[in-house]
Each structure stands twice: as structure tokens, then as C-alpha cells.
Design a protein around this ligand. Sequence first.
Ligand SMILES: CC(C)(COP(=O)(O)OP(=O)(O)OC[C@H]1O[C@@H](n2cnc3c(N)ncnc32)[C@H](O)[C@@H]1OP(=O)(O)O)[C@@H](O)C(=O)NCCC(=O)NCCS
Length: 185
Amino acid sequence: MSCDTLNYEMHTCDIDGQDALSELFFETFLRSEGKQEAKLIGRLVSDLLADTSAGDLYVFVAKSADELAGGILFSRLSFDVGIEAFIMAPVAVHPDFQRRGIGQRLINYALAELCKLRVELVVTYGDPDFYTKVGFLHVEEARIPAPLNLQYPAGWLAQSLCGGEIPYLAGCSRCVPALNRPEYW
Ligand SMILES: CC(C)(COP(=O)(O)OP(=O)(O)OC[C@H]1O[C@@H](n2cnc3c(N)ncnc32)[C@H](O)[C@@H]1OP(=O)(O)O)[C@@H](O)C(=O)NCCC(=O)NCCS
């Protein structure tokens, strides 16, 4: 099965769409990480969709015909200096669709769309082996401050969109309320 369409939506999913997205994340993490992590990530997705202001959340999905193959959420990260920045989390490609390039295509598609929307910086927190394939580089917290204490600093990654170097951002950062829980960091 191939992924023929990459659609994106901006926090306008209807209830059915939101349930399907939470289900995709739950099912994906259940198979890769187990029940506890699946519940955590499922709750994170539901909370991000329910509690994040319009304009602070972008949702991108990969669909094959009517089937949801993958999804990514980007929520606003605010710094003391004015920069349009988002954190990419979480990311999932359904196990039935993994290792076919969909994850990388979806991320590249989403980053190009965010660049058009004048987003300057995207940060993520995950496996460097995967995310360096799509342009992310490890960054020190002295360069890009994390909003909460990181349990896995090697997974703190960033990339500048639309050209330019990853900036040094002094001061603090703040994530949206749904992500503001120590267990996600
Ligand atoms: C990680 C994930 C999004 C990748 O999506 P995908 O569509 O399978 O990835 P692609 O096909 O675009 O890329 C495949 C390559 O990425 C790497 N890769 C894929 N999954 C990986 C993983 N879990 N860890 C490390 N590298 C991984 C591999 O190098 C792979 O190349 P290979 O098949 O030649 O070995 C998907 O496997 C997934 O949802 N996993 C479970 C949930 C998760 O870990 N999400 C990310 C953290 S929020």
C-alpha cells in the first residue's frame, strides 16, 4: 500500500478526526513501546487537540485512501526573544505503514508547509538516529533552552527553517499547557 496523499489540517479536526488521530498514536505506541507509553502519548494527543489555542497547534496527517497512516503535531514553543518556533511532538506512523518512507515524507512535507507559514525554528525531542535523517541536529540547552528538565538531553534536536543557522536563544522557553508535564520530558 502506498501513501498517495499528504493532507494537513490546522486544528480544525472534527471530533471523529480527533478520535482517529488519538487512536493512531495509541495503537502505534502500544505496538512499539507498550501500554503505559501508549496511554501517555494517547493522552498527550487528546490534550493537545482539546486544550491548545488555534494558531498554537498544527496537525499534519498522511492518508492512504481513507486510512490514516501517520500523524504529527506541532505546538508552539515560546522564548524570551520573539521567534516563531514550534516543537514537533509526537510523531507516529502506523505499524502497518512503517519503513516505507512515510515518516520522512510527512515530516519533510510538514516542515515545508511551516516554512511557508513563516515558522523559523522547529525543535523536537526523540531518537537522533531517525530525526537527523530529516534535517534535525542535536542542540545544547545552552543554545535552545528546554521548557522542562530533560531526562534524555541527547534527544534535544532542532532545525532552522527557510535557511540560516540554529540561533542561540537566551533565557527560558515555554511549551503549551498539554506538554507542560514532567513525564513527557
Ligand atoms: C519513527 C517512525 C515515525 C518512523 O516512521 P517510518 O515511516 O517508519 O520511517 P521511514 O520509513 O520514513 O524511515 C525509515 C528509516 O528511519 C529509521 N527508523 C525508523 N524507525 C525508527 C526507530 N523507531 N528508531 C530509529 N530509527 C528508525 C530507520 O533508519 C529506517 O531506515 P531503514 O528502514 O533503512 O532501517 C515510526 O517508525 C513510528 O511511528 N514509530 C513508533 C513511534 C515513535 O517512535 N515515534 C517517534 C517518537 S515521538
